[in-house]
Design a protein around this ligand. Structure first.
Ligand code: COA
Ligand code: AMP
Length: 635
């Protein structure tokens, strides 16, 4: 089938408002928007500003009303507990209505914030959808973050209540969430009024009397009593959620998502980009703590009337590298989404993809990859193993849905390995030099998107319009700065090569080296430090810290290194995968005192590097090279 991509992209370019007005008719509105886009000062504008809607209604009620109640909304497949649960749209709606009634009874009003700190269990999705139902704003925090990170988020969004669970399950260990939550609440200056705690069979959490409520008991009681909350009409521009993501400092950025634009964009992407229809099974193997989980485990599939797989496990070790293929086969997955790092982990344990041969994958149509650059070798391996298109696509927490990719729903374009293909309608992607001038085709530069961003992308940062403007809009006036470096080739294919800031990508997780440096520097014996991302064959990148110790310290450096590693784990969390800290005598700097992080990184990654003309003392680089060799650090 010839691809309709060029025709559809051109239709958007010719009449962007008409394009999104059409797309908006695929969702239910209490008041249909008459105005499609309105520019605004401070940020860049609002989509569907006079529309009134509700995201939960569009995810659940409308499907049940249309006779889809018996269809499965979620299949919870949990190899770490051995549980499989099938949850129909009707059942999910009943739980969500009851949970929304509980929120209301606890005094949660439209616009109030609810923090959700939970593992990959259906109750997490119920907590999200119930918030959406009453117009409350949820903020999900990934379970791999430490108490301190949770505390920062509680403070920043001034959460009225927290929903959590007794534990999460990581291979080989049970992660007790509740003590982390208790510690976070103790640290935070803002104290949430109540906590709803889901007690899991494998670990009972101790409850704080007067504050903590048993999630399951409360839900069962509300359902028995027939307590239900109806959908609160919200403005299209009202926030649905805040999702914190790494910025350049230790203070994460609260990415805001609105209701109307978000639904319109996700609904469009499910059908026209991922090529799935109502009734299809869609599986995003991510976590609800990340944007992928928000967009493509919960909201996108439900808005589209699909069945979404909620998977609590890992690509390997739960129990073997065939788990993904088992889920595809047993759950009848049509389209799956994962990160390249997961495929690298599987390939490492099963290079011949023997496990894939054990399963019937005949209903499987495509595998989508994002979160980090998809290396051509991994894509080719997956194509051979699965015999379906393996499609790289590129986006960010900020955009909420793909910026570029090969659209299965419009008909695939020829594949260019190493490129997430072409921009999707809504996105005018350009490449500029540091002064903001367009670069020649094929030349590496800063990847920017012409404003306005399409529906679904962040309208601003939570309570921080100024930071939003400074971080994304100021540097290239009229454009959104992606902070990715890349180029566009002669066929309009985009290549994303690296970040232009200090964000690193560890196993598909986005982390700030700046935040890690703040933690390292807080160790009393550390005078100064640099954290950089070094190449890792499995995780893409891993962080490594270089520490200069205070002159008067006579302790063993190994001891300090160990303490710093422990500190990062304790303050940021295990997800940072910070295992390497090395004490050095000095850090290489320019004459103006800027640490030469990228030069250190090149030395470690054995990439060609040149002596920076501005370095204050070239001998430092030899010292560092020698030290790294002796410690066997680097690929
Ligand atoms: N709760 C608590 N701890 C968590 C956690 C969670 N939800 N998720 C991860 N962690 C912990 C892990 O247990 C691990 O701890 P450890 O240092 O004690 O071993 C640490 O955080 C790092 O986890 P992870 O990045 O998952 O590394 P890993 O070595 O355990 O597994 C992969 C490597 C490649 C298998 C794994 O990263 C993976 O499945 N990646 C898929 C990527 C993905 O889903 N990305 C989402 C964006 S699309
Ligand atoms: P996150 O906000 O966690 O989704 O991370 C977004 C960042 O991940 C992007 O800015 C890119 O640096 C990187 N990224 C995501 N997808 C891709 C991709 N397909 N190719 C290259 N980099 C990617």
């Amino acid at each position: 089938m010839a691809s309709r991509y060029s025709e559809v992209y051109a239709a958007w370019k010719t009449d962007p408002h008409g394009f999104w007005a059409d797309a908006a008719s695929a969702i239910d509105w209490f008041k249909r928007p008459e105005r499609i886009f309105e520019p605004a000062g401070g940020t860049y504008g609002h989509w569907f500003p006079d529309g009134v809607t509700n995201t939960c209604h569009n995810c659940l009620d409308r499907h049940v009303e249309a006779g889809r109640g018996e269809q499965l909304a979620f299949i919870y497949d949990s190899p770490v507990t051995g549980r499989i649960e099938r949850i129909s749209y009707a059942d999910l709606l009943a739980d969500v209505k009851a949970m929304a009634a509980i929120y209301r009874k606890l005094g949660v009003d439209k616009g109030d914030r609810i923090i959700i700190y939970m593992p990959m269990i259906p109750q997490a999705a119920i907590a999200m959808l119930a918030a959406a139902r009453i117009g409350a704003v949820h903020s999900v925090v990934f379970g791999g973050f430490a108490a301190n990170e949770l505390a920062m988020r509680i403070d920043d969004c001034q959460a009225k209540i927290v929903v959590s669970a007794s534990c999460g399950l990581e291979p080989g260990r049970t992660v007790a969430y509740k003590p982390l939550l208790d510690q976070a609440i103790e640290t935070a200056s803002h104290k949430p009024a109540r906590c709803l705690i889901y007690q899991r069979d494998m670990l009972a959490a101790e409850m704080v009397s007067g504050r903590d409520i048993d999630f399951a008991e409360a839900l069962a009681a509300a359902r028995d009593a027939g307590e239900e909350a109806s959908c609160t009409p919200v403005a299209s521009t009202d926030p649905l959620y805040v999702l914190y993501t790494s910025g350049t400092t230790g203070q994460p950025k609260g990415v805001v998502r609105d209701n109307g634009g978000h639904m319109v964009a996700l609904r469009w992407s499910m059908e026209h980009f991922f090529g799935v229809n109502a009734g299809d099974v869609f599986w995003a193997a991510s976590d609800i703590g990340w944007v992928v989980g928000h967009s493509y485990i919960v909201y996108g599939p439900l808005l589209n009337g699909c069945t979404s797989v909620l998977f609590e496990g890992k690509p390997v070790g739960t129990p073997d590298p065939g788990t993904y293929w088992r889920v595809i086969s047993e759950r009848g997955v049509a389209v799956m989404f994962t990160a390249p790092t997961a495929l690298r982990a599987i390939r490492k344990e099963d290079p011949e993809a023997a496990h894939a041969g054990r399963y019937d994958l005949s209903r499987f149509r495509a595998l989508y990859l994002a979160g980090e650059r998809a290396d051509p070798d991994t894509i080719r391996w997956a194509e051979r193993a699965l015999k379906v298109p393996v499609i790289d696509h590129w986006w960010q927490t900020e955009t909420g849905w793909p910026v570029a990719g090969n659209p299965l729903g419009l008909g695939l374009l020829p594949v260019k390995y190493g490129s997430p293909a072409v921009p999707l309608p809504g996105y005018d992607v350009q490449v500029v030099d540091d002064a903001g001038h367009p670069v020649e085709t094929g030349t590496l530069g800063n990847v920017v998107i012409k404003l306005p961003l399409p529906p679904g992308c962040l309208p601003t940062l939570w309570n921080a319009d100024h930071r939003f403007h400074a971080a994304y809009l100021e540097e290239y006036p009229g454009f959104y700065k992606t902070a990715d470096a890349g180029y566009v080739d002669e066929d309009g294919y985009i290549f994303i090569m690296a970040r232009t800031d200090d964000i690193i990508n560890v196993a598909g997780h986005r982390l700030s080296t700046g935040a890690m440096e703040e933690v390292c520097a807080s160790h009393p014996d550390v005078a100064e430090c640099a954290v950089i991302g070094i190449a890792d064959p499995l995780k893409g990148q891993v962080p490594a810290g270089f520490l200069v110790i205070n002159a008067n310290v006579s302790r063993e450096t190994e001891e300090i290194e160990k303490e710093v590693v422990g500190l990062v784990r304790e303050r940021i969390g295990p997800v940072a995968a910070f295992r390497t800290a090395v004490c050095v005598k000095r850090l290489p700097k320019t004459r103006s005192g800027k640490i030469l992080r990228s030069t250190i990184q090149k030395i470690i990654d054995r990439q060609p590097w040149t002596m920076p003309a501005t370095i204050d003392d070239p001998a430092i680089l030899d010292e560092i090279t020698e030290l790294l060799r002796s410690k066997g650090i680097g690929v």
